[in-house]
Design a binder for this molecule. Structure first.
Ligand code: SDX
Length: 425
C-alpha cells in the first residue's frame, strides 16, 4: 500500500504533504518533522495528541482498557509470570528460556548490595525525611560509584548499568525506610526472591530470624508486575528526555523518580489512601463525590481518571482481585476496602464520572493492598519507583540504541515582549 499522507493547507503557501506513519497497533501518526521549515510548530501542551517516539515495549488502548508488554496482556503476566521474568521480557523483547531466566535471576541477585560508602550518604538526611526525598538523592548518587561502566556507547556498559539499577533499587528503598525508622539497615539475602528479599530488607531486624510470608511475597511480586511499565507516562518521558542529552542512566532514573513523586502520577497511591482514610465511612462518600465534581474545588478523587484509559485500567481490575485475596488470606477486615468498593460503585454510576470516562486506575486499590502487606504509606510511591525502574531502563535503552537518536528539544509559542530598548541610566 502506497504511503498515505495528510495534506496541510497553510495561509499563503502551497499545501504541505505530511507522511502518515503506521504502527502495528493503536493510532497512526502524522510525521510533522518538516513543518518547522514551513515556519510553523504544532502546539500540544501536556502532549495530549503527540507521539514522542517509536517504541516496541508497551501498548495501551485506553478505550478498550488494553495493556500489553511486548504483546503479552498484563492480566496474563500477573497470573502466570513473575516480576523478574517480566523484567527480562521488557528489557530484551522476548520471554526468557528456562536457562536465560535462571541466569538473569542469578545476575540480579549478585548485584543487590550497595557500596558501603553509599550507605553513609543516608546519615545526611533528617530522620523524618519522606523516603521519596531520600530516593531522589541516593539513586542519582549511584553515578558517583560506577564510573567503570558509564560509556553509553558500549552495550556491555548499558547492560551492567541496567542490572545494577534493577538489583539495587529495592536495597536503596528498604534502606530509605529503615533510616526513617531509626533501625539498622538489613543486607540483601541472595537466597530469597526479588520480592521476598525486599520484604526481608524492609521488615527483618538483626535480633531475630525473619520468615517471608508467601502470601505477601506473591502479592508484592504481582504489585511489582502491575507497575513495571506504562508506555510514555510522565516519569518515563522524563527519563527519555534526560537520557537524550547523554546523561548517565543513574541520573536519568533519579529524574524519573522525581517526576513519579507527583500526586497526579505515582504519588496518587499514597494520596488515595489518605483520601479513603479521610472519607472514613461509606456514609461520607456523597460529600466527597460532590467535592470531586465541584469545578471550584481543587479536590480530585485520587485513584480515579487517567490520561489514556477512558475505560477500566486493567491493572486496577487485577489489583482489586489481589486486594480481596490478600485480605482474605490474612483474615484482615479493613473497613477502607468497603469504603473503596462503595466509592467505586457510586462514582461509576454518577453521570459526571461516566461522561468524563473516569474509572479507577492502578492506584485506587494498591494502597489498601500495600497497607495489608504492612508497607507504610510513605513508602507507597517508593514501591512504585522500584517496580517502574525496569520500565524506565527499558525505554532509556530503546532510546539510546535507536539509530539517529536526537536530543529532545521541544519548541514553544512565544507570547512575551519583543525588541525592547534598555532604558539609559
Ligand atoms: C498514574 O500516564 C500514566 O500512564 C500514569 C500511570 C503509570 O502507570 O505511569 O498510569 C500512573 O499516574 C495513574 C494516575 C494517578 N493519578 C490520580 O489518580 C490522580 C487523580 N487523577 C487526576 O489527577 C487525573 O485524572 C489524571 C492526572 C490522572 C489525568 O488527568 P488528565 O488526563 O490531564 O485529565 P484532566 O485533568 O484534563 O481531566 C479531564 C476532566 C477534567 O474536567 P474538565 O476540566 O474537563 O471539566 O476530568 C476531570 C477534570 O476535572 N477529572 C477528575 C478527575 N480526573 C479528571 N475529576 C475528579 N476526580 C478525578 N480524579
Amino acid at each position: 500500500m502506497s504511503q498515505q499522507t495528510a495534506i496541510l493547507h497553510l495561509p499563503g503557501q502551497d499545501p504541505i504533504e505530511l507522511p502518515i506513519l503506521k504502527g502495528t497497533a493503536g493510532n497512526d501518526v502524522i510525521d510533522i518533522r518538516t513543518l518547522g521549515a514551513a515556519g510553523y510548530f504544532t502546539y500540544d501542551p501536556g502532549f495530549l495528541a503527540t507521539a514522542s517516539c517509536e517504541s516496541e515495549i508497551t501498548f495501551i488502548d485506553g478505550d478498550k482498557g488494553i495493556l500489553e508488554h511486548r504483546g503479552y496482556p498484563i492480566d496474563q503476566l500477573a497470573e502466570h509470570s513473575d516480576y523478574l521474568e517480566v523484567c527480562f521480557l521488557l528489557l530484551n523483547g522476548k520471554l526468557p528460556s528456562k536457562a536465560e531466566n535462571a541466569k538473569f535471576k542469578k545476575i540480579v541477585s549478585e548485584h543487590t548490595m550497595l557500596h558501603e560508602q553509599l550507605s553513609k550518604l543516608y546519615s545526611g538526611f533528617r530522620r523524618d525525611s519522606h523516603p521519596m526525598a531520600i530516593m531522589c538523592g541516593v539513586s542519582g548518587a549511584l553515578a558517583a560509584f560506577y564510573h567503570d561502566a558509564m560509556d553509553l556507547s558500549k552495550e556491555k556498559h548499558r547492560e551492567i548499568a541496567a542490572f545494577r539499577l534493577l538489583s539495587k533499587m529495592p536495597t536503596l528503598a528498604a534502606m530509605s525506610y529503615k533510616y526513617t525508622q531509626g533501625q539498622p539497615f538489613m543486607y540483601p539475602k541472595n537466597s530469597l526472591s526479588y520480592a521476598g528479599n525486599f520484604l526481608q530488607m524492609m521488615f527483618a531486624t538483626p535480633c531475630e530470624d525473619y520468615v517471608v510470608n508467601p502470601v505477601l511475597e506473591r502479592a508484592m511480586d504481582k504489585i511489582f508486575i502491575l507497575h513495571a511499565d506504562h508506555e510514555q507516562n510522565a516519569s518515563t518521558s522524563t527519563v527519555r528526555l534526560a537520557g537524550s542529552s547523554g546523561a548517565n542512566p543513574f541520573a536519568c532514573i533519579a529524574a524519573g523518580i522525581a517526576s513519579l513523586w507527583g500526586p497526579a502520577h505515582g504519588g496518587a497511591n499514597e494520596a488515595c489512601l489518605d483520601m479513603l482514610i479521610e472519607v472514613g465511612h461509606v456514609d461520607n462518600i456523597p460529600e466527597f463525590i460532590a467535592k470531586a465534581k465541584d469545578k471550584d474545588d481543587p479536590f480530585r478523587l485520587m485513584g480515579f481518571g487517567h490520561r489514556v484509559y477512558k475505560n477500566h485500567d486493567p491493572r486496577a481490575t487485577v489489583m482489586r482481585k489481589i486486594c480481596h485475596e490478600v485480605l482474605d488470606d490474612l483474615k484482615i477486615d479493613d473497613p477502607l476496602l468497603d469504603v473503596a468498593m462503595e466509592l467505586e460503585r457510586i462514582a461509576l454510576s454518577d453521570p459526571y464520572f461516566i461522561e468524563k470516562k473516569l474509572y479507577p486506575n492502578v492506584d485506587f486499590y494498591s494502597g489498601i493492598v500495600l497497607r495489608a502487606i504492612g508497607i507504610p504509606r510513605s513508602m507507597f510511591t517508593v514501591i512504585f519507583a522500584i517496580a517502574r525502574t525496569v520500565g524506565w531502563i527499558s525505554h532509556w535503552k530503546e532510546m539510546v540504541e535507536q539509530p539517529g537518536q536526537k536530543i529532545g528539544r521541544p519548541r514553544q509559542l512565544y507570547t512575551g515582549e519583543v525588541d525592547l530598548t534598555f532604558p539609559k541610566k
